[in-house]
Design a protein around this ligand. Structure first.
Ligand code: S3P
Length: 437
């Protein structure tokens, strides 16, 4: 159920039980998009039915792809083949989703069509040159606002030339946009990443039959113009969503919580590593592979937490988990230091600024610089209202903080939570939280 408006997260006792995280957001976007350019019928199960992914589904329909919901989390996509997308009749609204916008711009850049993308106030403020710049090298043109942000029109090319692109920032979204543009391009598209980021696109491209090679030195090679063949996809649970109940169990004395069926892509597990280093009892069971992605059941058993230094090289593997890590750090003994966080400033909100301000309002000592955050642990006072800033993860991080604070934490608007974790409040309350929404 989608909740809107204010929420109050009251202090509560130990959490107990087993839950499931909603489908992985990154994998869900990619499943729909690749199914849309594959030949035949792709059946997807476990798809995240959050607003971000629904925006991708709607955009694909507008591009001529048949996308049908056949049951809870079950979707069926009739693809149009590589290069087969049709020009949309209207502006494509990507809502709050940076992944949807950037990956779709990649696909569209090498189709001979014109499309305009927009989004909500958060998405319209996020940088898009990071994708339009490499995508222009394929031959696409981009017209938009002076600062390159959405609304943005892409005039795709029907005669793309392959590109070799060295990413200036470690971004799976930019890497994926370039690889998706490389699909309808003859020859070999090469991306070089400065440090490893999630490789869902590479794995799924291979699942659909493309030739993608990952080499030492962060080099990814895609052979263009493959015939992608429709294949069944099972979407694992989202580790970035699982992070919230696991974090809550880590801070609430006596807790024991299991989240089953969580995706454990090596490019996504930095938070698990960090929780372990802080002293949380964390066990991974039932490890298996599903649809080319590693999956397992995660259990956190409460144990006292100590502060850690999170190394900058770990940042890409937990890029979305810093809001909840900062909340956890507020309960650990000592000062947790996080560095290399510049990218957090350009997420759904300025997450570094949002966490520093929100934690300080809750009575936590914090120090913030352009790309670092230090959080002194103790027992947060709470008793304040936090602005979620159109950012689902800021809203959820402060609901987790409220569970362990002295006084309740109010969130001004939890509607953004529906982008990635529909049913968050019900799921947390089912484990013993006391969130009023
Ligand atoms: C994503 C990559 C990350 C992450 C985002 C989803 C993806 O962004 O923050 O929520 O699905 O590729 P960057 O790769 O731009 O850091």
């Amino acid at each position: 159920m989608t909740r809107t408006g204010v929420a109050v997260s009251h202090p509560c006792g130990a959490l107990e039980g087993t839950t499931q995280a909603p489908g992985d957001k990154s994998v869900s976007h990619r499943a729909l998009m690749l199914a849309g350019v594959a030949v035949g019928e792709t059946r997807i199960e476990g798809l995240l039915e959050g607003e971000d992914v629904l925006a991708t589904a709607a955009a694909l329909r507008a591009l001529g792809v048949e996308v049908e919901r056949t049951g809870a989390g079950r979707w069926c996509v009739h693809g149009r083949g590589v290069g087969g997308l049709a020009e949309p009749e209207d502006v494509l609204d990507m809502g709050n989703s940076g992944t949807a916008a950037r990956l779709l711009l990649g696909l569209l850049a090498t189709h001979p069509l014109t499309a305009t993308l927009t989004g909500d106030a958060s998405l319209r403020s996020r940088p898009m040159r990071r994708v339009s710049e490499p995508l222009s090298r394929f031959g696409a043109a981009f017209h938009g606002r002076a600062d390159g942000r959405l609304p943005l029109t892409v005039v795709g090319t029907g005669s793309a030339v392959p590109v070799r692109y060295e990413l200036p920032v470690a971004s799976a979204q930019v890497k994926s946009a370039v690889l998706l543009a490389g699909l309808n391009t003859p020859g070999e598209t090469v991306v070089v990443e400065p440090s490893p980021t999630r490789d869902h696109t590479e794995r799924m491209l291979r699942h659909f039959g493309a030739c993608v090679q990952q080499e030492d030195g962060g080099l990814v090679r895609l052979t263009g113009e493959p015939e992608l063949v429709a294949r069944a996809i099972s979407v694992p649970g989202d580790v970035s969503s699982a992070a919230f109940p696991l974090a809550a169990a880590a801070i609430l004395e006596g807790s024991r919580v299991t989240v089953s069926g969580v995706g454990l892509n090596p490019g996504r597990i930095g938070f698990i590593e960090t929780l372990r280093e802080m002293g949380a009892g964390l066990v991974i069971a039932n490890e298996r592979a599903e649809g080319g992605e590693p999956v397992g059941d995660l259990t956190v058993t409460w144990s006292p937490l100590t502060a850690v230094d999170v190394p900058p090289e770990r940042v890409p593997s937990m890029i979305d988990e810093f809001p909840v890590l900062a909340a956890v750090a507020a309960f650990a003994e000592g000062t947790t230091r996080m560095s290399g966080l510049a990218e957090l400033r350009v997420k759904e909100s300025d997450r570094l600024g949002a966490m520093a301000a929100g934690l300080a309002a809750c009575g936590v000592k914090v120090r913030e610089s352009a790309d670092t955050l230090e959080v002194e642990g103790g027992q947060p006072k709470g008793g304040v209202e936090i602005a979620s800033r159109l950012d689902h993860r800021i809203a959820m991080a402060f609901m987790v903080l409220g569970m362990g604070a002295r006084d309740a934490v109010r969130i001004d608007d939890i509607a953004p939570v529906a982008t990635s974790f529909p049913g968050f409040v019900e799921s947390m309350n089912g484990l013993g939280a006391a969130i009023e929404a």
